[in-house]
Design a protein around this ligand. Structure first.
Ligand SMILES: [Zn+2]
Ligand SMILES: [Zn+2]
Ligand SMILES: [Zn+2]
Length: 351
């Protein structure tokens, strides 16, 4: 199947368009300079050994995914403008291994690119920005290569790696994201080389939940919470990283005697030492920051949980004992951003 450039401004009805952009069973061909929009399912489906080339299309405003590679869908996606989708702009799963180059992927109600269920992909020189969730998710045994992408101004994290995710991340610029530049969690093991992670509104890199990582030659600077945070029990291999001039708001709040809820609210999870209080009967779901333990829970029977990502339930006012640090000045004026409460992400719905 081949769609040539004379289709450039053709207006097609939605059913026809959907049929035209469904590449399957060794489907090949070139799809260039089309406008693909307002589809109720994925704008473009690429499946089962097909290898189309999608170039310079505008793919936007879909009710689900923009471009969906699944069940060994391959091909080339380059120089496209992919924006304003309800789900991720690009989704790669189940053995799919596309080349994704020089696209703009932005303005999604969910993530920019989601790689999951053993997805692969060579993702290079893209600009991924202004997505409501992670710029790039790498999940469930996926192992993509990301090089020289710009991942910025996300309303969540830059790159989030979960559930045995791996990945080789090289020379990416990851900046001005609302949450961690790179969050590595739940048994994931990526390699990060020569990335620049900067100007984030939370941590530069956070590693937690039995994840490991190899960090080489990265520069991590001017992130608000700090540069690199490792939870209890996390081991990393590090070489030649520059972690410098971060704002270290978490350490500063701790040394000023503040409750960490003041810098995180319930919209983020600062990594520090957290405790529980037996006197106050806190549950496994509660965590209390170190300053609240010293002040609000002075003399109580307390227990260290671990160094990890929590927000402080004492400061949040969810414990029976009122927080004595709550009356102090709250947020710095530069700390607030729009963000949803910490509910489970609906990005998980394809797992
Ligand atoms: Zn606190
Ligand atoms: Zn207590
Ligand atoms: Zn407190």
């Amino acid at each position: 199947m081949e769609i040539k450039e004379e289709f450039t401004s053709l207006v097609m009805d939605e059913a026809l368009l959907k049929e035209m952009t469904f590449m399957h069973e060794k489907g090949q061909g070139v799809i260039e300079e089309n406008e693909v929009y307002s589809n109720t399912l994925a704008g473009v489906w690429v499946t089962t050994g097909s290898t189309p080339v999608l170039r310079r299309n505008r793919i936007h405003s879909g009710k689900q995914v923009g471009v969906y590679f699944y069940d060994n869908g391959h091909g080339v996606l380059e120089d496209n403008d992919i924006y304003n989708h309800m789900y991720s702009g690009v989704q790669i799963r189940t053995g799919s291994n596309p080349k994704i180059r020089r696209n703009k992927i932005w303005g999604g109600q969910n993530g920019g690119i989601l790689v999951y269920n053993s997805g692969l992909g060579c993702i290079e020189d893209n600009e991924i920005f202004d997505n409501a969730m992670a710029g790039v998710w790498i999940k469930t045994d996926s192992n993509p290569t990301l090089r020289r992408n710009k991942i910025h101004d996300g309303r969540d994290g830059g790159i989030c790696i979960f559930n045995g995710g791996r990945g080789l991340l090289e020379e990416n610029d990851i900046f001005r994201n609302a949450q961690a530049g790179v969050l590595i969690s739940t048994n994931s093991h990526p390699i990060l080389r020569k990335n620049r992670i900067f100007d984030g509104f939370a941590a530069g890199i956070e590693i937690t939940n039995h994840a490991t990582a190899t960090l080489e030659g990265n520069q991590i600077f001017n992130n608000r919470f700090g540069g690199l945070f490792l939870a209890s029990g996390v081991n990393v291999t590090m070489k030649d990283n520059k972690i410098m001039n971060n704002q270290d708001a978490i350490e500063k709040a701790v040394s000023r005697g503040q409750c960490l809820y003041k810098i995180s609210s319930y919209t983020s999870y600062p990594m520090h030492d957290f405790y529980r209080c037996h006197t106050c009967n806190t549950t496994d779901r509660n965590a209390i920051c170190v300053n609240c333990i010293k002040k609000c829970h002075q003399g109580h029977d307390v227990e260290f949980i671990r160094h990890d990502r929590f927000f402080c339930d004492c400061g949040a006012g969810t414990l029976s004992n009122p927080c004595t640090l709550a009356g102090e000045p709250t947020h710095d004026t530069d700390t607030l951003y729009d963000s949803a409460p910490p509910i489970e992400s609906n990005t998980l719905q394809h797992n």
